[in-house]
Write a protein that binds this ligand. Structure first.
Ligand code: ATP
Length: 358
């Protein structure tokens, strides 16, 4: 059953149409990431679920009940903000229990809930400290503890890791994921970081310009992006997108040799398409597409090569060590799926197989 249902939701700020008809169903216990570039409307949508923004049109339901006109505190949600929003003059235990104190919960129950949340979050030794006496990661855990003690129906996260350094972000994202798996509470998580979304979420909603571009599991989005926007957004480094023409069952990229393919009878000969190739789906060969190398970056385990194929910027990731300097030419052939998109509409047409690569 959908725990949170967003139905044909619109948001206008005066003349600005921030959300242009959003439909999303979030199942009970699911961890859903809303991801997209700055300004796409993800924070606005999260704040509308929380009740912090009015809904211009459409409905938002939580646990089967339309909440459009309900106050935030009546929605059975708990929100974790990017800036933690802790009270500086309150100790950790009071920050965590503040909402229960306001609601007049019995002291014993408050103590028990705070201790349980502190145990789950490894904060038991910090309950008597003030926020200024904690690291960034510990403060973020207190913010989560405050959400946990409320035992909400839905957690809402607004870029909760963006104030942390890169290393702490990686460990906190693992903590949040494992916490979600232990608690099993429905969660909606806003981020602009597609890696965060890919690694944490059961389901990802990719947004752009106030619309949903695609909804799917992380691997569905990676393996079958429905349009060029999702193809370019999901995956790091990004998918390479080469302008091509369908010629004799293969793809011609400028005057380069054909990227021969499996049966492509679903494509009209002469059709203009864009062929997407993931950076790790290229193999070095004696003959193939020519890459004019710009720079080669060895990381030890792999080598990243940046350059151009027929003037289009590309990035390739090789498992082997590759020598190459500015001005060198390397030859590659695709050795993985070829994602084919319509040049005009940007919509996915299908997947073709790369030619034999041996
Ligand atoms: P970011 O990652 O930068 O936070 P976002 O995807 O969360 O971006 P929103 O903050 O939801 O984007 O904003 C969506 C759009 O609505 C933007 O174009 C923004 O300028 C506009 N917007 C947001 N809040 C207001 C407001 N109070 N008044 C007018 N326009 C607003």
């Amino acid at each position: 059953m959908a725990d949170v249902a967003i139905k044909e939701v619109h948001k206008h700020y005066g003349a600005v149409e921030a959300l242009k008809g959003i439909d999303i169903e979030i199942d009970t216990g699911e961890f859903v990431a809303l991801v997209g570039p700055s300004g796409c409307g993800k924070t606005t949508l999260l704040r509308m679920i929380a009740g912090l923004e009015d809904i211009t049109a459409g409905d938002i339901e939580i646990a089967g009940r339309v909440v459009n006109d309900l106050q935030p505190k009546a929605r059975d949600i708990a929100m974790v903000f990017q800036n933690y929003a802790l009270y500086p003059h309150m100790k950790v235990k009071d920050n965590m229990s503040f909402s229960m104190q306001l609601a007049g919960a019995p002291k014993d129950e408050i103590k028990q809930k705070v201790e349980e949340a502190a145990r789950i979050l490894n904060l038991s030794d910090y309950l008597e400290r003030f926020p200024r006496e904690l690291s960034g990661g510990q403060r973020q855990r207190v913010a989560m503890g405050r959400a946990i003690v409320r035992n909400p129906k839905v957690f809402l996260f607004d870029e909760p890791l963006s104030n942390l350094d890169a290393k702490l972000r990686v460990s906190m994202r693992a903590e949040i994921k494992s916490l979600h798996q232990r608690l099993g509470t429905t969660a909606v998580y806003v981020t602009h970081d597609q890696i965060e979304a890919m690694t944490m979420a059961d389901k990802i909603v990719v947004m752009s310009n106030g619309r949903v571009e695609q909804i799917g599991t992380p691997l569905e989005l990676y393996d079958e992006p429905q349009n060029l926007f999702v193809a370019a957004f999901i995956g790091s480094p990004s998918m390479n997108l080469l302008d091509a023409k369908v010629v004799d069952g293969g793809f011609q990229v400028a005057d380069q040799p054909l990227i021969a393919s499996g049966p492509t009878d679903w494509l009209d000969n002469g059709r203009d398409v864009v062929v997407g190739v993931r950076p790790d789906n290229f193999a070095l060969r004696e003959t193939g597409l020519a890459i004019d190398v710009t720079v080669t970056e060895p990381t030890g385990a792999e080598t990243q090569v940046a350059g151009h194929i027929a003037g289009t910027p590309v990035t390739c990731l090789f498992r082997e060590r590759v020598e190459g300097r500015y001005g060198d030419v390397l030859k590659v052939v695709p050795n993985g799926p070829l994602h084919v998109f319509d040049k005009l509409t940007g919509q996915r047409l299908g997947t073709a197989q790369a030619a034999s690569v041996n």
